[in-house]
Design a protein around this ligand. Structure first.
Ligand code: ZN
Ligand code: ZN
Length: 555
Protein backbone atom coordinates (compact mmCIF):
# COMPACT_ATOMS: atom_id res chain seq x y z
CA UNK A 1 0.00 0.00 0.00
CA UNK A 2 2.49 2.57 1.20
CA UNK A 3 4.97 3.99 -1.30
CA UNK A 4 7.90 3.88 1.08
CA UNK A 5 8.74 1.82 4.09
CA UNK A 6 9.01 4.94 6.23
CA UNK A 7 6.74 5.26 9.18
CA UNK A 8 5.32 8.32 10.83
CA UNK A 9 5.74 8.31 14.60
CA UNK A 10 4.08 10.67 17.03
CA UNK A 11 5.80 10.73 20.41
CA UNK A 12 4.43 12.92 23.20
CA UNK A 13 7.34 13.86 25.47
CA UNK A 14 5.29 15.96 27.90
CA UNK A 15 1.80 17.22 28.65
CA UNK A 16 0.01 13.86 28.85
CA UNK A 17 -1.46 12.84 32.18
CA UNK A 18 -0.49 16.27 33.46
CA UNK A 19 -1.03 19.99 32.94
CA UNK A 20 2.17 21.59 31.73
CA UNK A 21 5.55 20.89 30.04
CA UNK A 22 3.92 20.31 26.68
CA UNK A 23 6.17 18.80 24.04
CA UNK A 24 5.51 16.44 21.14
CA UNK A 25 7.89 14.90 18.60
CA UNK A 26 6.75 14.04 15.07
CA UNK A 27 9.12 11.73 13.22
CA UNK A 28 9.09 10.56 9.63
CA UNK A 29 12.10 8.60 8.37
CA UNK A 30 15.13 10.58 9.40
CA UNK A 31 13.30 13.80 10.18
CA UNK A 32 12.02 14.91 13.56
CA UNK A 33 9.97 18.05 14.12
CA UNK A 34 9.27 19.04 17.72
CA UNK A 35 6.15 20.98 18.65
CA UNK A 36 6.57 23.16 21.79
CA UNK A 37 9.05 22.85 24.65
CA UNK A 38 7.22 23.78 27.80
CA UNK A 39 7.87 23.72 31.50
CA UNK A 40 5.75 22.91 34.47
CA UNK A 41 5.82 24.42 37.91
CA UNK A 42 6.87 22.06 40.69
CA UNK A 43 4.46 20.15 42.84
CA UNK A 44 4.28 20.72 46.58
CA UNK A 45 6.55 17.82 47.47
CA UNK A 46 9.35 18.96 45.17
CA UNK A 47 11.17 21.09 47.68
CA UNK A 48 13.39 23.83 46.37
CA UNK A 49 12.70 22.94 42.74
CA UNK A 50 12.02 25.95 40.53
CA UNK A 51 10.77 24.35 37.35
CA UNK A 52 10.20 20.95 35.78
CA UNK A 53 10.93 20.29 32.10
CA UNK A 54 10.42 17.23 29.87
CA UNK A 55 13.14 14.60 29.64
CA UNK A 56 14.53 15.04 26.12
CA UNK A 57 16.90 12.05 26.11
CA UNK A 58 15.20 10.75 22.98
CA UNK A 59 15.85 13.99 21.11
CA UNK A 60 19.45 14.17 22.31
CA UNK A 61 20.02 10.60 21.12
CA UNK A 62 18.57 11.55 17.73
CA UNK A 63 20.12 15.01 17.63
CA UNK A 64 21.08 14.83 13.96
CA UNK A 65 17.51 14.16 12.92
CA UNK A 66 15.86 17.07 14.72
CA UNK A 67 15.01 19.70 12.08
CA UNK A 68 13.49 22.30 14.34
CA UNK A 69 11.22 23.23 17.23
CA UNK A 70 7.91 24.77 16.20
CA UNK A 71 5.99 26.80 18.78
CA UNK A 72 2.23 27.26 19.12
CA UNK A 73 2.24 30.24 21.51
CA UNK A 74 4.17 32.10 24.18
CA UNK A 75 2.92 30.53 27.41
CA UNK A 76 5.49 29.04 29.78
CA UNK A 77 4.01 25.56 29.52
CA UNK A 78 4.89 25.71 25.79
CA UNK A 79 8.11 27.75 25.60
CA UNK A 80 9.50 27.70 29.15
CA UNK A 81 11.68 24.62 28.61
CA UNK A 82 13.35 26.02 25.48
CA UNK A 83 16.54 27.39 27.10
CA UNK A 84 17.22 24.04 28.73
CA UNK A 85 16.43 22.04 25.60
CA UNK A 86 18.48 24.31 23.31
CA UNK A 87 21.54 23.74 25.51
CA UNK A 88 21.39 20.08 24.42
CA UNK A 89 20.13 20.35 20.86
CA UNK A 90 20.76 23.57 19.03
CA UNK A 91 18.10 23.65 16.30
CA UNK A 92 16.13 26.48 14.67
CA UNK A 93 13.03 27.67 16.51
CA UNK A 94 9.87 28.70 14.60
CA UNK A 95 7.09 30.82 16.03
CA UNK A 96 4.83 33.82 15.48
CA UNK A 97 6.10 37.35 16.20
CA UNK A 98 4.80 37.73 19.72
CA UNK A 99 5.82 34.19 20.64
CA UNK A 100 9.37 34.80 19.45
CA UNK A 101 9.40 38.21 21.16
CA UNK A 102 8.80 36.42 24.46
CA UNK A 103 11.29 33.67 23.54
CA UNK A 104 13.97 36.26 22.80
CA UNK A 105 13.71 37.74 26.29
CA UNK A 106 14.05 34.25 27.74
CA UNK A 107 17.07 33.30 25.61
CA UNK A 108 18.79 36.59 26.40
CA UNK A 109 18.58 35.73 30.10
CA UNK A 110 20.28 32.39 29.41
CA UNK A 111 22.88 33.86 27.02
CA UNK A 112 21.48 31.78 24.18
CA UNK A 113 20.09 34.51 21.94
CA UNK A 114 23.18 34.87 19.76
CA UNK A 115 23.55 31.16 19.13
CA UNK A 116 19.91 30.37 18.37
CA UNK A 117 18.27 30.70 14.98
CA UNK A 118 14.77 32.16 15.37
CA UNK A 119 12.42 32.13 12.39
CA UNK A 120 9.20 34.17 12.42
CA UNK A 121 6.12 32.55 10.88
CA UNK A 122 2.55 33.72 10.23
CA UNK A 123 -0.65 31.78 9.68
CA UNK A 124 0.17 31.98 5.96
CA UNK A 125 3.68 30.46 6.26
CA UNK A 126 4.65 27.07 4.91
CA UNK A 127 7.99 25.72 5.98
CA UNK A 128 9.81 22.63 4.84
CA UNK A 129 11.49 20.74 7.68
CA UNK A 130 12.98 17.57 6.20
CA UNK A 131 10.07 15.66 4.72
CA UNK A 132 7.55 17.61 6.76
CA UNK A 133 5.66 20.53 5.30
CA UNK A 134 4.59 22.61 8.28
CA UNK A 135 1.82 25.20 8.13
CA UNK A 136 -0.18 27.18 10.67
CA UNK A 137 -3.71 28.21 11.53
CA UNK A 138 -4.67 31.03 13.87
CA UNK A 139 -6.67 30.12 16.99
CA UNK A 140 -8.01 32.08 19.98
CA UNK A 141 -6.34 31.78 23.36
CA UNK A 142 -5.44 33.88 26.39
CA UNK A 143 -2.34 35.23 24.66
CA UNK A 144 -2.31 36.83 21.18
CA UNK A 145 -0.65 35.32 18.13
CA UNK A 146 -1.53 31.72 19.02
CA UNK A 147 -1.47 29.17 16.22
CA UNK A 148 -2.21 25.53 15.71
CA UNK A 149 0.08 23.50 13.47
CA UNK A 150 -0.51 21.22 10.50
CA UNK A 151 2.33 18.78 9.75
CA UNK A 152 2.22 17.08 6.37
CA UNK A 153 4.42 14.15 5.42
CA UNK A 154 4.02 11.35 2.83
CA UNK A 155 2.07 9.32 5.41
CA UNK A 156 -0.58 12.01 5.83
CA UNK A 157 -1.56 15.21 7.62
CA UNK A 158 -1.39 15.67 11.37
CA UNK A 159 -3.18 18.58 13.03
CA UNK A 160 -1.83 19.76 16.37
CA UNK A 161 -4.18 22.33 17.92
CA UNK A 162 -2.01 23.64 20.74
CA UNK A 163 -4.07 25.48 23.38
CA UNK A 164 -7.21 26.97 21.89
CA UNK A 165 -10.72 28.22 22.32
CA UNK A 166 -13.12 29.55 19.71
CA UNK A 167 -13.90 33.16 20.59
CA UNK A 168 -16.50 34.55 18.18
CA UNK A 169 -15.84 38.10 19.35
CA UNK A 170 -12.10 38.20 20.04
CA UNK A 171 -10.66 41.37 21.59
CA UNK A 172 -8.14 41.81 18.76
CA UNK A 173 -10.72 41.01 16.08
CA UNK A 174 -8.72 38.05 14.79
CA UNK A 175 -10.97 35.06 14.29
CA UNK A 176 -9.72 31.51 14.35
CA UNK A 177 -8.93 30.10 10.87
CA UNK A 178 -12.15 28.13 10.53
CA UNK A 179 -11.64 27.93 6.77
CA UNK A 180 -8.18 26.49 6.96
CA UNK A 181 -9.34 23.90 9.48
CA UNK A 182 -12.28 22.91 7.30
CA UNK A 183 -9.98 22.77 4.28
CA UNK A 184 -7.60 20.43 6.11
CA UNK A 185 -10.60 18.32 7.07
CA UNK A 186 -11.71 18.24 3.44
CA UNK A 187 -8.29 17.09 2.27
CA UNK A 188 -8.28 14.35 4.89
CA UNK A 189 -6.50 14.45 8.24
CA UNK A 190 -4.73 11.33 9.45
CA UNK A 191 -4.50 12.31 13.10
CA UNK A 192 -5.70 15.13 15.33
CA UNK A 193 -3.98 16.04 18.61
CA UNK A 194 -6.23 18.41 20.52
CA UNK A 195 -6.19 20.42 23.78
CA UNK A 196 -8.03 18.65 26.63
CA UNK A 197 -7.59 21.24 29.40
CA UNK A 198 -11.31 22.09 29.60
CA UNK A 199 -12.72 18.77 28.40
CA UNK A 200 -14.65 18.47 31.66
CA UNK A 201 -16.56 21.72 31.11
CA UNK A 202 -19.87 21.55 29.27
CA UNK A 203 -20.96 24.22 26.83
CA UNK A 204 -18.82 27.02 25.45
CA UNK A 205 -16.09 29.06 27.10
CA UNK A 206 -17.17 32.68 27.29
CA UNK A 207 -15.59 35.35 25.14
CA UNK A 208 -12.81 37.44 26.63
CA UNK A 209 -15.13 40.42 25.90
CA UNK A 210 -17.19 39.39 28.94
CA UNK A 211 -14.25 40.31 31.14
CA UNK A 212 -14.12 43.67 29.36
CA UNK A 213 -17.72 44.35 30.41
CA UNK A 214 -16.99 43.47 34.03
CA UNK A 215 -13.92 45.69 33.98
CA UNK A 216 -16.03 48.51 32.59
CA UNK A 217 -18.59 48.08 35.38
CA UNK A 218 -15.87 48.23 38.01
CA UNK A 219 -14.31 51.33 36.47
CA UNK A 220 -17.67 53.08 36.37
CA UNK A 221 -18.27 52.46 40.08
CA UNK A 222 -14.84 52.66 41.68
CA UNK A 223 -14.27 55.86 43.62
CA UNK A 224 -10.64 55.41 44.51
CA UNK A 225 -7.70 53.59 42.96
CA UNK A 226 -8.13 50.38 40.97
CA UNK A 227 -5.48 47.68 41.23
CA UNK A 228 -5.84 44.80 38.78
CA UNK A 229 -3.74 41.64 38.86
CA UNK A 230 -3.78 39.17 35.99
CA UNK A 231 -1.42 36.90 34.05
CA UNK A 232 1.35 39.02 32.58
CA UNK A 233 0.90 37.26 29.23
CA UNK A 234 -2.83 37.98 28.92
CA UNK A 235 -2.35 40.89 26.54
CA UNK A 236 -6.04 40.88 25.53
CA UNK A 237 -7.10 41.47 29.11
CA UNK A 238 -4.40 44.07 29.65
CA UNK A 239 -5.69 45.81 26.51
CA UNK A 240 -9.20 45.90 27.96
CA UNK A 241 -7.87 47.45 31.18
CA UNK A 242 -5.98 50.10 29.23
CA UNK A 243 -9.05 50.81 27.07
CA UNK A 244 -11.23 51.20 30.18
CA UNK A 245 -8.62 53.46 31.79
CA UNK A 246 -8.62 55.70 28.73
CA UNK A 247 -12.43 55.73 28.66
CA UNK A 248 -12.68 56.74 32.31
CA UNK A 249 -9.73 59.11 32.23
CA UNK A 250 -7.41 57.18 34.51
CA UNK A 251 -3.64 56.79 34.22
CA UNK A 252 -2.12 53.30 34.15
CA UNK A 253 0.93 52.27 36.09
CA UNK A 254 2.57 48.85 35.85
CA UNK A 255 4.27 46.97 38.68
CA UNK A 256 5.91 43.54 38.73
CA UNK A 257 8.84 42.55 36.55
CA UNK A 258 7.11 40.09 34.20
CA UNK A 259 4.17 42.48 33.70
CA UNK A 260 6.54 45.34 32.81
CA UNK A 261 8.55 43.11 30.43
CA UNK A 262 5.54 41.63 28.65
CA UNK A 263 3.82 44.98 28.22
CA UNK A 264 7.01 46.46 26.78
CA UNK A 265 7.36 43.59 24.29
CA UNK A 266 3.66 43.75 23.33
CA UNK A 267 3.71 47.53 22.81
CA UNK A 268 6.94 47.35 20.82
CA UNK A 269 5.57 44.63 18.53
CA UNK A 270 2.21 46.33 18.12
CA UNK A 271 0.06 43.89 20.09
CA UNK A 272 -1.05 46.56 22.60
CA UNK A 273 -2.57 49.92 21.69
CA UNK A 274 -1.81 52.58 24.27
CA UNK A 275 -2.47 56.31 23.87
CA UNK A 276 0.36 58.68 24.56
CA UNK A 277 0.25 59.85 28.16
CA UNK A 278 -1.82 56.93 29.47
CA UNK A 279 1.12 55.24 31.17
CA UNK A 280 2.72 56.74 34.28
CA UNK A 281 5.69 55.67 36.33
CA UNK A 282 4.85 53.99 39.67
CA UNK A 283 6.90 56.72 41.38
CA UNK A 284 4.43 59.32 40.13
CA UNK A 285 1.12 57.78 41.17
CA UNK A 286 1.24 59.34 44.62
CA UNK A 287 0.97 62.74 42.91
CA UNK A 288 -2.33 61.80 41.22
CA UNK A 289 -5.78 61.82 42.83
CA UNK A 290 -6.92 58.31 43.76
CA UNK A 291 -9.76 58.25 41.21
CA UNK A 292 -7.26 58.90 38.39
CA UNK A 293 -5.16 55.79 38.95
CA UNK A 294 -5.11 52.18 37.74
CA UNK A 295 -2.30 49.85 38.73
CA UNK A 296 -1.66 46.74 36.65
CA UNK A 297 0.11 44.14 38.71
CA UNK A 298 1.51 40.64 38.78
CA UNK A 299 0.61 38.25 41.56
CA UNK A 300 -2.76 36.87 40.47
CA UNK A 301 -1.54 33.45 41.64
CA UNK A 302 -0.55 34.67 45.10
CA UNK A 303 3.13 34.10 44.29
CA UNK A 304 5.06 34.93 47.48
CA UNK A 305 7.41 37.50 45.95
CA UNK A 306 4.98 39.10 43.49
CA UNK A 307 3.83 42.71 43.53
CA UNK A 308 0.23 42.05 44.64
CA UNK A 309 1.31 39.74 47.46
CA UNK A 310 3.71 42.38 48.73
CA UNK A 311 1.02 45.07 48.51
CA UNK A 312 -1.34 42.81 50.46
CA UNK A 313 1.34 42.39 53.12
CA UNK A 314 1.98 46.14 53.06
CA UNK A 315 5.62 45.56 52.13
CA UNK A 316 5.59 46.91 48.58
CA UNK A 317 8.04 49.76 48.15
CA UNK A 318 5.87 51.91 45.91
CA UNK A 319 2.21 51.03 46.35
CA UNK A 320 0.31 50.99 49.60
CA UNK A 321 -3.26 49.76 49.44
CA UNK A 322 -5.67 51.79 51.57
CA UNK A 323 -9.31 51.24 52.56
CA UNK A 324 -11.60 52.03 49.64
CA UNK A 325 -9.17 50.92 46.93
CA UNK A 326 -10.61 48.36 44.54
CA UNK A 327 -8.52 45.27 43.88
CA UNK A 328 -9.42 42.96 40.99
CA UNK A 329 -7.83 39.52 40.88
CA UNK A 330 -8.56 38.64 37.26
CA UNK A 331 -7.40 35.05 37.08
CA UNK A 332 -8.41 31.61 38.17
CA UNK A 333 -6.06 29.63 40.38
CA UNK A 334 -3.68 27.28 38.64
CA UNK A 335 -4.15 24.01 40.58
CA UNK A 336 -1.83 24.07 43.58
CA UNK A 337 -1.94 27.85 44.04
CA UNK A 338 -5.34 28.03 45.74
CA UNK A 339 -3.99 28.51 49.27
CA UNK A 340 -1.58 31.27 48.31
CA UNK A 341 -4.29 33.18 46.45
CA UNK A 342 -6.79 32.78 49.27
CA UNK A 343 -4.22 34.15 51.73
CA UNK A 344 -3.54 37.19 49.56
CA UNK A 345 -7.25 37.91 49.08
CA UNK A 346 -7.79 37.58 52.81
CA UNK A 347 -5.06 40.09 53.54
CA UNK A 348 -6.56 42.52 51.04
CA UNK A 349 -9.95 42.26 52.77
CA UNK A 350 -8.22 42.90 56.10
CA UNK A 351 -6.70 46.12 54.78
CA UNK A 352 -10.20 47.25 53.84
CA UNK A 353 -9.89 46.98 50.07
CA UNK A 354 -12.91 46.25 47.93
CA UNK A 355 -11.79 42.92 46.46
CA UNK A 356 -13.26 41.48 43.28
CA UNK A 357 -12.15 37.95 42.47
CA UNK A 358 -13.21 35.02 40.40
CA UNK A 359 -15.55 33.21 42.76
CA UNK A 360 -17.95 36.12 42.93
CA UNK A 361 -17.70 37.86 39.55
CA UNK A 362 -16.90 37.67 35.87
CA UNK A 363 -13.34 38.97 35.93
CA UNK A 364 -11.85 35.87 34.36
CA UNK A 365 -12.70 33.55 31.50
CA UNK A 366 -10.66 30.56 30.45
CA UNK A 367 -8.36 30.52 27.43
CA UNK A 368 -9.28 26.92 26.66
CA UNK A 369 -12.28 25.62 24.75
CA UNK A 370 -15.09 23.78 26.54
CA UNK A 371 -16.83 20.64 25.28
CA UNK A 372 -18.81 22.23 22.42
CA UNK A 373 -15.69 23.93 21.06
CA UNK A 374 -13.71 20.69 21.28
CA UNK A 375 -16.48 19.04 19.27
CA UNK A 376 -16.41 21.87 16.74
CA UNK A 377 -12.68 21.30 16.26
CA UNK A 378 -13.30 17.57 15.75
CA UNK A 379 -16.09 18.32 13.28
CA UNK A 380 -13.99 20.74 11.25
CA UNK A 381 -10.91 18.53 11.10
CA UNK A 382 -12.71 15.13 10.87
CA UNK A 383 -9.60 13.11 11.71
CA UNK A 384 -9.17 9.42 11.03
CA UNK A 385 -7.31 8.97 14.32
CA UNK A 386 -7.50 11.06 17.48
CA UNK A 387 -5.06 11.63 20.35
CA UNK A 388 -6.26 13.91 23.18
CA UNK A 389 -3.34 15.92 24.61
CA UNK A 390 -2.67 18.66 27.22
CA UNK A 391 -4.40 17.26 30.24
CA UNK A 392 -4.62 14.92 33.17
CA UNK A 393 -5.86 11.40 32.50
CA UNK A 394 -9.53 12.07 33.25
CA UNK A 395 -9.54 15.06 30.87
CA UNK A 396 -8.00 12.93 28.11
CA UNK A 397 -10.59 10.24 28.80
CA UNK A 398 -13.53 12.65 28.69
CA UNK A 399 -12.12 14.25 25.53
CA UNK A 400 -11.98 10.79 23.93
CA UNK A 401 -15.69 10.35 24.76
CA UNK A 402 -16.46 13.69 23.10
CA UNK A 403 -14.58 12.49 20.02
CA UNK A 404 -16.63 9.30 19.94
CA UNK A 405 -19.79 11.37 20.16
CA UNK A 406 -18.71 13.18 16.99
CA UNK A 407 -18.19 9.87 15.20
CA UNK A 408 -14.55 8.91 15.71
CA UNK A 409 -14.59 5.13 16.39
CA UNK A 410 -13.29 4.14 19.80
CA UNK A 411 -10.55 1.92 18.35
CA UNK A 412 -9.08 4.92 16.53
CA UNK A 413 -8.64 6.98 19.67
CA UNK A 414 -5.45 6.62 21.66
CA UNK A 415 -4.97 7.85 25.21
CA UNK A 416 -1.21 7.92 25.59
CA UNK A 417 1.38 8.51 28.26
CA UNK A 418 4.48 10.63 27.87
CA UNK A 419 7.02 8.55 25.93
CA UNK A 420 4.50 6.28 24.18
CA UNK A 421 5.23 5.88 20.47
CA UNK A 422 2.29 5.98 18.07
CA UNK A 423 3.21 4.59 14.65
CA UNK A 424 1.39 5.16 11.36
CA UNK A 425 2.13 3.21 8.20
CA UNK A 426 -0.04 2.72 5.15
CA UNK A 427 -2.89 4.43 6.97
CA UNK A 428 -2.79 1.95 9.84
CA UNK A 429 -1.96 3.01 13.38
CA UNK A 430 -0.44 1.05 16.20
CA UNK A 431 1.20 1.69 19.54
CA UNK A 432 4.86 0.76 19.21
CA UNK A 433 6.72 0.77 22.48
CA UNK A 434 8.11 3.61 24.50
CA UNK A 435 11.03 6.02 24.51
CA UNK A 436 12.60 7.65 27.55
CA UNK A 437 10.35 10.37 28.88
CA UNK A 438 9.68 11.95 32.21
CA UNK A 439 10.50 14.97 34.27
CA UNK A 440 13.78 16.80 34.73
CA UNK A 441 13.83 18.90 37.88
CA UNK A 442 15.58 22.22 37.75
CA UNK A 443 16.89 23.91 40.84
CA UNK A 444 18.02 27.47 40.17
CA UNK A 445 20.34 27.54 37.19
CA UNK A 446 21.32 23.87 37.35
CA UNK A 447 19.77 21.54 34.82
CA UNK A 448 18.61 18.18 36.01
CA UNK A 449 21.18 17.89 38.77
CA UNK A 450 18.53 17.19 41.36
CA UNK A 451 17.51 13.56 41.42
CA UNK A 452 15.26 11.54 43.69
CA UNK A 453 17.94 11.23 46.36
CA UNK A 454 18.40 14.97 46.69
CA UNK A 455 14.66 15.41 46.81
CA UNK A 456 14.31 12.72 49.48
CA UNK A 457 17.00 14.45 51.54
CA UNK A 458 15.22 17.78 51.28
CA UNK A 459 11.96 16.17 52.31
CA UNK A 460 13.62 14.62 55.37
CA UNK A 461 15.22 17.91 56.30
CA UNK A 462 11.98 19.81 56.01
CA UNK A 463 10.02 17.29 58.06
CA UNK A 464 12.33 15.95 60.74
CA UNK A 465 15.39 18.18 60.68
CA UNK A 466 19.03 17.21 60.88
CA UNK A 467 21.55 15.99 63.45
CA UNK A 468 25.24 16.47 62.81
CA UNK A 469 27.57 14.24 64.82
CA UNK A 470 31.17 15.45 64.97
CA UNK A 471 33.88 13.25 66.43
CA UNK A 472 37.68 13.21 66.22
CA UNK A 473 39.41 9.83 66.33
CA UNK A 474 43.00 8.73 66.48
CA UNK A 475 44.40 7.28 63.29
CA UNK A 476 46.59 4.84 65.22
CA UNK A 477 44.21 3.07 67.54
CA UNK A 478 40.77 4.53 66.91
CA UNK A 479 40.38 6.10 70.33
CA UNK A 480 38.04 9.06 70.56
CA UNK A 481 40.10 12.22 70.95
CA UNK A 482 37.23 14.71 71.10
CA UNK A 483 33.46 14.64 70.94
CA UNK A 484 31.14 13.28 69.95
CA UNK A 485 29.40 16.61 69.63
CA UNK A 486 25.85 16.55 68.44
CA UNK A 487 24.41 19.59 66.72
CA UNK A 488 20.70 19.58 65.94
CA UNK A 489 18.65 21.80 63.66
CA UNK A 490 14.93 21.55 63.12
CA UNK A 491 14.74 18.29 65.07
CA UNK A 492 14.09 18.97 68.76
CA UNK A 493 14.19 22.03 70.93
CA UNK A 494 17.63 21.54 72.47
CA UNK A 495 16.97 23.11 75.87
CA UNK A 496 14.10 20.77 76.54
CA UNK A 497 15.83 17.73 75.13
CA UNK A 498 19.11 17.70 77.00
CA UNK A 499 18.48 14.22 78.35
CA UNK A 500 17.67 12.89 74.90
CA UNK A 501 20.78 14.38 73.36
CA UNK A 502 22.97 13.18 76.25
CA UNK A 503 21.68 9.68 75.70
CA UNK A 504 22.28 10.07 71.96
CA UNK A 505 25.81 11.09 72.74
CA UNK A 506 26.35 8.02 74.86
CA UNK A 507 24.99 5.77 72.12
CA UNK A 508 27.41 7.25 69.58
CA UNK A 509 30.34 6.72 71.94
CA UNK A 510 29.37 3.12 72.66
CA UNK A 511 28.85 2.39 68.99
CA UNK A 512 32.23 3.85 68.04
CA UNK A 513 34.02 1.84 70.70
CA UNK A 514 32.26 -1.32 69.65
CA UNK A 515 33.18 -0.78 65.98
CA UNK A 516 36.82 -0.10 66.86
CA UNK A 517 36.90 -3.26 69.01
CA UNK A 518 35.59 -5.17 65.99
CA UNK A 519 38.46 -3.73 63.94
CA UNK A 520 36.17 -1.78 61.64
CA UNK A 521 38.28 1.02 60.25
CA UNK A 522 36.79 2.28 56.97
CA UNK A 523 35.11 5.61 57.42
CA UNK A 524 32.03 4.64 55.51
CA UNK A 525 31.34 1.62 57.74
CA UNK A 526 31.88 3.65 60.88
CA UNK A 527 29.53 6.36 59.62
CA UNK A 528 26.86 3.83 58.68
CA UNK A 529 27.21 2.19 62.10
CA UNK A 530 26.72 5.51 63.87
CA UNK A 531 23.83 6.51 61.62
CA UNK A 532 22.01 3.20 62.15
CA UNK A 533 22.42 3.08 65.91
CA UNK A 534 21.49 6.70 66.42
CA UNK A 535 18.62 6.57 63.95
CA UNK A 536 17.11 3.57 65.69
CA UNK A 537 17.37 5.22 69.09
CA UNK A 538 15.89 8.54 67.96
CA UNK A 539 13.01 6.85 66.19
CA UNK A 540 12.20 4.81 69.32
CA UNK A 541 12.22 7.94 71.44
CA UNK A 542 10.57 10.46 69.12
CA UNK A 543 8.98 8.59 66.20
CA UNK A 544 10.88 10.90 63.89
CA UNK A 545 13.67 10.24 61.44
CA UNK A 546 15.94 13.26 61.24
CA UNK A 547 18.75 13.21 58.74
CA UNK A 548 21.92 12.10 60.55
CA UNK A 549 25.20 13.38 59.25
CA UNK A 550 28.26 11.86 60.96
CA UNK A 551 31.48 13.80 60.45
CA UNK A 552 34.52 11.82 61.57
CA UNK A 553 37.90 13.46 61.64
CA UNK A 554 41.05 11.45 61.88
CA UNK A 555 44.23 12.81 63.43
ZN1 ZN B 1 -1.56 28.48 26.67
ZN1 ZN C 1 -0.87 25.27 27.67
Amino acid sequence: MSKSNHKLSIIPLGGLGEIGKNMTAYQYGNDIVVVDAGLKFPEEDMLGIDVVIPDVTYLVENKNRVRGIVLTHGHEDHIGGLPYVLKHINVPVYGTRLTLGLVEAKLREHNLLDVTKLVTVTNRSQIKLGQFLVSFFHTNHSIPDTVGIALECPEGICVHTGDFKFDFTPVDGRMADYHKLAELGERGVLCLLSDSTNAERPGYTMSERVVGQTIDDVFRQAEKRIILATFASNIHRIQQVIDAAERYDRKVSVVGRSMVNNINIAVELGYLRVNKGTMVDPDDIAKLPAHKVVILSTGSQGEPMSALTRMARATHRKVEIVPGDTVIVAASPIPGNEKDIARTIDQLFRIGANVIYQQVSGVHVSGHGSQEELKLMLNLVRPKYFIPVHGEFRMLKIHSELAQATGVPEDRIFILDNGDVMEFQGGEARQAGKVTAGAVLIDGLGVGDVGNIVLRDRKLLSQDGILVVVVTMSKQDGTILSGPDIISRGFVYVRESEALLEEANRIVTVTLKKLVAENVSEWSSIKTGVRDALGRFLYEQTRRRPMILPIIMEV
